[in-house]
Design a protein around this ligand. Sequence first.
Ligand code: FAD
Length: 397
Amino acid sequence: MRPKVLVAGAGIGGLAAALALQKRGFDVQVVERANELREVGAGVQLSANAVRPLYRLGLEQALLSIASEPAGKRFRLWNTGQTWKLFDFGAASLAQYGFPYFTLYRADLHRVLVDAVRAGHPDAIRLNAAVVDVAQDARGVRAVLADGSVLEADVLIGADGVHSVVREKAIAIDKPRFSGCVAWRGVIPAERLPERLREPLGVNWMGPGSHVVHYPLRRGELFNFVGILEKDVWPEESWTAQGTVEECVADFEGWHPDVHTLAASLQTPFLWALMVREPMHNWTDGRITLLGDAAHATLPFMSQGAAMAIEDGYVLARCLERHGDDPAHALQVYQALRIERTTRIVRGSADNLKRFHNPLLGTPGVAEDYVNREWNAERVNERYDWVFSYDVDAVPV
Ligand code: FAD
C-alpha cells in the first residue's frame, strides 16, 4: 500500500523527500508558502553522505553539470594566513566514501530538485500555499492553508524549516532561539578575485570569536563567502537583513588581507541571525512527522544541515515503502533511525563553534600548537568519518 503524502515546504529537504517518495511510487503533494520557488543566494557544501542519496535519486548528471568539486579543504589562521590541510576531497572522497564532495550554488541545487520533482508530476508542487494549521485522526491528516482550503492525505511531513508551523501545531510549542552567532553570506564573481584566491579549494579561516569560510561554486564561476561572528543580541525583527560590503569588511578588522579582499569583492552581502533549537526526543505524532531544520535545526559548523535534510527524506521514503500499511509505525521507525545521528550533528556543530572560535587562536605561538592538536588528521577523522561514511541505503528499516 502507498499512502498519499503531503509535504509542507519546498526547500532542499522537502523536495528531496518528495523526489525519494515519487521514485518509490508514492502520490506526493508539496505545498510551499512562497509564491515563487527560490533559494538563498549563497552556497552549500554537500559531502559524500548527501551526494549518495542524490545520485541514487537519479541526479548524478544534473549535479555534475552545476557543482564544483574542491580538491580539498584548508584551515587558515585568521591573522597570519598560515595554512594547514584539513581534508582531501576529489579522488580521496571517491576512494574513501564512494561519492564526491560537492560545493553548489543553492539556487542551482534547488532548481535541479524542483525540475526532478516536476518531472515526476507536473503539479507536484503548489505555490502560495502556506500551511497554517494541521489536524489528524485515525483515518488521515488535514492541513489548513492560509487561503482557507483544506488538503487531506495519509501522512504529513513538516519540512517547513527552522520556523516550522507544522512543528508548532502538531509536535511542540517552542521557538527557535538566537544562537549568539550571525553570518555574513554572499557570493563573489570569480573574476573579482586574484588568482591565489581562486584555487579550487574550500578554506576555513579561524580566529578568536569569528571564522570565515569560502569555496568555489558553479564550476569555479562564483565563490561562496560566509563570515561568522559572535554577537550578544540580534537587533532586527527579521532574521536576515541586507548589509554593505564596508560593514562586512569592518567586522573582520585585524584579519589577514586575503579575508578583506574576499569580503570587499562580495556582490550583495546579507547578514543572518543563526537560529538553533535544543535537539528533540520526539518529532513525530501519529501520521505527522518533521524533517530537516523543522526537526533538528543546527548551527552550520559541520556543514551538515541540508545533508541531514536530504538523508532524512530518503530514509523516510524507505520507511514508508516498507511499512506503508501502518504509516504511524513507519514514521516511528524513521524517527528512531534518524534522531541519534541528527542530535550528534547538532551537538558536534555546537562543539565546532568552540574549536573554530577558540581564544587560543588569538595568541601567536599558542595558536599553532592549538591547531596542530585539535585539527590534526586523526582528530579530523574522528570527528568526520562517521558523518561522511553514512549510507542511507544500508540502515535497516
Ligand atoms: P528550509 O531550507 O528552510 O526550507 C523550508 C521551506 O519551507 C521553505 O521553502 C519555506 O518557504 C517553506 N515554508 C516555511 N513555512 C511554511 C509553511 N507554513 N507552509 C508551507 N511552506 C512553508 N547545510 C549543509 O548541508 N551544508 C552547508 O554547507 C551548509 N551551510 C550553511 C551555511 C549557513 C550560513 C546556514 C545558515 C546554513 C547552512 N546549512 C548547510 C544548513 C542548511 O541551509 C539547512 O539545514 C537547510 O537549508 C534546511 O533545509 P530544509 O528544507 O529543512 O529547510
